[in-house]
Design a protein around this ligand. Structure first.
Ligand code: PHE
Length: 445
């Protein structure tokens, strides 16, 4: 067997795959829901700040760690900590791996909703109204059917070796998703009630900006949206040739991801108000009703208002979301798969099916105890595990790896003042900022 690792063939290949990982349900479902729940504009401002100050550096740190190590996240962290705390590095890698599985356990459920809504539009188009109604109504049975379908779809792609297919699909379909978002925004803004949503979203209420709960939610959302803290970006970084100019790549990934989230807000938040204007109950005490499932009622009624073409738009929209979810799922699945293949010498195919089987069990447990577990798993992952992992990355790069000199040495040899500044920012400012947020979380709990 050859020891050659699979890799991306170009910088653009890497950027597309990483953007494919970042752009997903987090942007189009998570971000607008969170923003609507947390004061709209205030959430947007804090989200942008947190992305710039913490998530972007964390994304850099994660990709840099993987890129230097050229190996799966567990070995990568173990090696980076080898002089001082090799065990700790390994355990941290495994915690990341558990995080990736947690992400998959709820993400595949939501992705299943997207699939069933796409099919619902299609069946209605062909006149099967009853089936279509069933497909668009949430139920445990629907979860039991569509979650596994989504997991199997993902596994089929991953086990073939992802890159060529996924890279090409992302390149072709991302622009279509963007165009569709544009078109829908133009449409929704002409509907009655939309301007109220626009106001909530774009005019921040500055009194809410220092609200600790809002800051924590925005941070969790930013880390989730950029896919950091579970090793997915690390493993992609490891598939890129060593020592590329990572900074620019990281900036473009973050800019793309943030732009799509912003656009999704521009669609969904006004859509919520249009629905409210039409008599649907949307908020109770300033909170969205129904655990984030509401947009699955609001969006289809928006499509319906378009007349016949609405069904085609609905089919297209939910299919594209399913694909966006697939490219995100793949990066998370790659974390345990790469570990099993490289460290446990398992075949890629076997590793993929094993991981998928575990994810299936986990997601079915969530389906069975939906009310108790679904929101809890999301909360624990995004507001505790992902930020903790990021704190660990900062400490590894700033203090442990070659005694914290790794990035500084790179900056000095390249004589790069910006990088020196950034290295110090990672070393001192980022951990302090994160710790301050954690203290808040502890006091809130
Ligand atoms: N970033 C993805 C999204 O916004 C979700 C994700 C999280 C993917 C963690 C991989 C790892 O939908």
């Amino acid at each position: 067997m050859s020891n050659q690792r699979d890799s991306f063939h170009s910088r653009i290949g890497f950027v597309l795959a990483a953007a494919g990982s970042a752009i997903g349900l987090g942007n189009i479902w998570g971000f607008p829901t969170q923003a609507a729940n947390n004061g709209g504009g205030a959430f947007l401002v804090v989200y942008l700040l947190v992305t710039l100050l913490l998530a972007l550096p964390a994304l850099y740190a994660e990709i840099y760690l993987g890129n230097q190590a050229q190996s799966n996240p567990v070995s990568a962290l173990e090696r980076a900590c080898k002089e001082r705390l090799p065990r700790v590095g390994r355990y941290a890698g495994i915690i990341g791996l558990v995080g990736a599985m947690m992400m998959l356990s709820f993400y595949t459920i939501v992705a299943g909703w997207m699939l069933s809504h796409a099919l619902s539009a299609l069946t209605e188009l062909f006149g099967f109204v009853d089936i279509s109604n069933w497909l668009s109504t949430s139920s445990t049975l629907r979860n039991i059917i569509f979650t596994p379908i989504f997991i199997i779809l993902g596994a089929l792609i991953i086990h073939q070796g992802v890159h060529a297919g996924i890279e090409k699909w992302s390149a072709r379909l991302m622009p279509v998703l963007l165009l569709m978002l544009f078109g829908l925004i133009v449409y929704i803004l002409q509907q009655e009630g939309a301007s109220e949503g626009l106001k909530l979203y774009l005019i921040p209420d500055f009194t809410q900006i220092t609200e600790p709960k809002l800051i924590i939610s925005a941070m969790g959302q930013a880390f989730f949206s950029l896919s950091i803290g579970v090793g997915g970006m690390m493993v992609y970084g490891s598939y890129m040739k060593k020592d590329k100019d990572i900074g620019k790549l990281v900036l473009s990934i973050a800019a793309l991801d943030t732009f799509i989230a912003f656009m999704a807000g521009l669609l969904i938040i006004p859509a919520l108000f249009v629905a409210q204007h039409a008599g649907q109950q949307v908020f109770v005490d300033n909170k969205l009703i129904g655990e984030g499932q509401l947009i699955f009622k609001v969006l289809p009624s928006l499509f319906q208002s378009m007349g016949n073409i609405g069904l085609i738009v609905s089919f297209g929209f939910f299919s594209l979301l399913s694909i966006a979810a697939l490219t995100s799922t793949i990066s998370s699945t790659e974390v345990p798969v790469s570990y099993l293949v490289e460290d446990k010498k398992m075949s890629r195919s076997k590793a993929t099916w094993l991981v998928s089987a575990i994810v299936l069990m986990a997601s079915m447990t969530l389906v069975a105890f939906f009310d108790a577990l679904f929101g809890l798993v999301i909360m624990v992952l995004t507001t505790i595990m992902q930020p903790l992992m990021c704190l660990f990355y900062f400490i590894v790069i700033g203090w442990i790896w070659q005694r914290g000199n790794k990035l500084n040495i790179k900056a000095q040899t390249e004589n790069n003042k910006w990088l020196t500044l950034f290295a110090n920012y990672l070393r001192y400012v980022c951990p302090i900022l994160l710790i301050v947020v954690f203290i808040n979380i502890v006091f809130l709990a």
